[in-house]
Design a protein around this ligand. Structure first.
Ligand code: SF4
Ligand code: SF4
Length: 223
């Protein structure tokens, strides 16, 4: 899932300080699962915005709404239910949702309530960790299912750097060196020799470095 967390309230209040009517719009997708932007978090945010504005001696009218997802055109259309009732939307979706509203509602100002962080999973209650960087050219079949792109601080592709000590990363001693973990995991399958194959210079154009990416499935498109 996409993992995100709420921006500091001072930043959000600064965004809406000149608004008199705001739609706080929750997303019932990934950000609900990571407890950052679902209906419960959006309701709490609405209260905090009212309080923050009151502290500045201002009043603000807030309506609360939610969409099934904000990253899907067919669900964005449901925003029309609140037409004429707000000056701006504060979206608790990830950055994808905010972009989608901006793309599809040219006359609507939309503000992000969250900082979108990474693709990850829930490691334990209340803890999410990054697992994939969406590089567009997956190598997990070569690395025992552990991602060197997202989980090595330097995205190294041919084993650990010289700073790997005791299974810890030199960038952050609280983080495992994923290359040590890849080595150990391949070893448990008697496949350590896989690490002797030098990975070719990587073409990063399939990652974000090649510009915005697009996937087209002609078997699904309606022309
Ligand atoms: S190699 Fe690329 S696609 Fe595969 S998990 Fe890592 S970042 Fe994601
Ligand atoms: S110590 Fe390991 S995880 Fe950290 S940057 Fe070096 S190779 Fe990558």
């Amino acid at each position: 899932m996409i993992v995100a967390e709420r921006k500091p309230m001072a930043e959000i209040i600064e965004m809406v300080k000149d608004c008199s009517r705001v739609l706080v719009l929750a997303c019932r997708g990934c950000v609900t699962v990571c407890s950052a932007g679902g209906e419960r978090e959006a309701a709490a945010l609405a209260s905090l915005i009212r309080l923050g504005m009151k502290k500045q001696g201002k009043t603000i009218q807030i309506i609360e709404g939610s969409l099934v997802r904000q990253c899907d055109k067919e669900y964005i259309d449901a925003i029309d239910a609140w037409n004429g009732q707000y000056d701006a939307i504060v979206s608790t979706a990830c950055g994808v949702g905010v972009n989608f509203i901006a793309n599809l509602r040219k006359d609507t100002m939309v503000y992000p309530a969250l900082n979108t962080s990474f693709f990850g999973g829930s490691a334990e209650q209340g803890v999410w960790t990054e697992q994939c960087a969406g590089c567009g050219n997956c190598v997990l079949h070569l690395t025992g299912g552990l991602c060197p792109v997202a989980r090595c601080a330097k995205s190294l592709m041919n084993g650990p750097c010289g700073g790997s000590v005791g299974g810890r990363c030199e960038i952050n001693k609280n983080t495992e060196c994923i290359w040590q973990s890849i080595h150990d995991r391949l070893g448990s399958f008697d496949r350590q020799s896989q690490m002797e194959t030098i990975a070719p210079i990587r073409d990063w154009s399939t990652a974000g470095h090649g510009g915005p990416r697009k996937t087209v499935r002609t078997d699904l498109t309606i022309s």
